[in-house]
Design a protein around this ligand. Structure first.
Ligand code: ADP
Ligand code: MG
Length: 269
């Protein structure tokens, strides 16, 4: 009998402690999260924290129109980048909130749109996974749930490394970096069977040892998708333009296209 009571008490204590922890986390989180997220997204976050996939949140690394990226810690105290796709973008919210805030008919975002965003997050996870497994330098993906994606943090001591747009390099470093980028695009096409689709100096990290990491693969497409050729040529043009500007002797985009795909670019108008 006593045993039973003790057990109950212990369970209750445990539950109390857990709830306290949950509440504490919740209020800290709320501060960090600045009201940009809808209820469903917060639920997903709490769920990820309860499951120990995310231990703690730190600052915002980037606040874009469609997503926000946070520095977080996993249960082993490793840095992690958590990308949260906005189901309702902050801007959209600011502009439209006053119309619907008191309207009982619009408590929820339409389910279809929510599902569409979730699909987008899963796509990026899947693309990262495929690329990572093919040996292409991209952040290692950790998990995806609804509109929240966890991946390797590209930086150190909680500070992200710069992207190409943010640095000035020596001439010979540009040459080395160019070669790596072209190599990554080729491997992405041939091994991972993907085209990045938004490749530019904004989506390429440069590490202290001059290695690169490609990011932002949500829009990457399979090479067999009809739009793949067009996107590949555009990526190659972006790369040529950027590196030519920095004094690198670059391969013509059309030539690179043919070398990589084995056929000349025939882009329908
Ligand atoms: N894995 C990561 N580690 C560190 N910083 C990252 C990581 N992924 C993205 N970032 C930062 O967040 C910014 C936006 O990320 P990105 O995936 O390009 O989203 P967006 O769709 O907003 O362009 C990047 O430019 C970079 O500064
Ligand atoms: Mg980007």
């Amino acid at each position: 009998m006593e045993d039973k009571v003790e057990k109950k008490l212990r369970q209750r204590e445990y539950r109390y402690e857990r709830e306290q922890r949950y509440l504490r986390k919740r209020s800290e989180l709320d501060e960090v999260l600045e009201e940009v997220f809808d209820q469903q997204t917060l639920m997903t976050l709490y769920d990820l924290m309860n499951k120990r996939l995310i231990r703690d949140f730190y600052g915002v690394v980037s606040a874009g129109k469609e997503s926000r990226i946070y520095l977080a810690k996993d249960s082993e105290d490793r840095d992690m980048a958590v990308k949260i796709y906005l189901v309702v973008s902050a801007e959209f919210r600011r502009n439209r909130l006053m119309y619907v805030v008191d309207d009982p008919r619009f408590k929820k975002t339409p389910k279809d749109f929510r599902d569409f965003i979730y699909l987008w997050a899963r796509r990026e996870y899947k693309n990262l996974e495929t690329a990572y497994e093919s040996g292409i330098p991209v952040p290692k993906p950790y998990f995806v749930r609804n509109n929240i994606l966890g991946m390797e943090f590209i930086g150190e001591d909680g500070k992200r490394y710069p992207t190409l747009i943010e640095v000035e390099l020596s001439e010979e470093t540009y040459v080395k970096v160019y070669e790596q980028v072209m190599d990554a695009v080729e491997k992405l096409y041939r091994k991972a069977r993907l085209v990045h689709g938004d490749l530019s100096e904004y989506n390429i990290f440069i590490l202290p040892d001059d290695r690169i990491v490609l990011i932002d693969l949500s829009q990457a497409v399979h090479v067999e998708q009809p739009i793949a050729d067009k996107l590949l040529l555009r990526d190659l043009k972006n790369i040529s333009r950027y590196f030519r500007k920095h004094g690198v002797e670059v391969e013509e985009p059309e030539e690179a296209f043919e070398r990589i795909t084995g056929h000349p670019p025939i882009i329908p108008p």
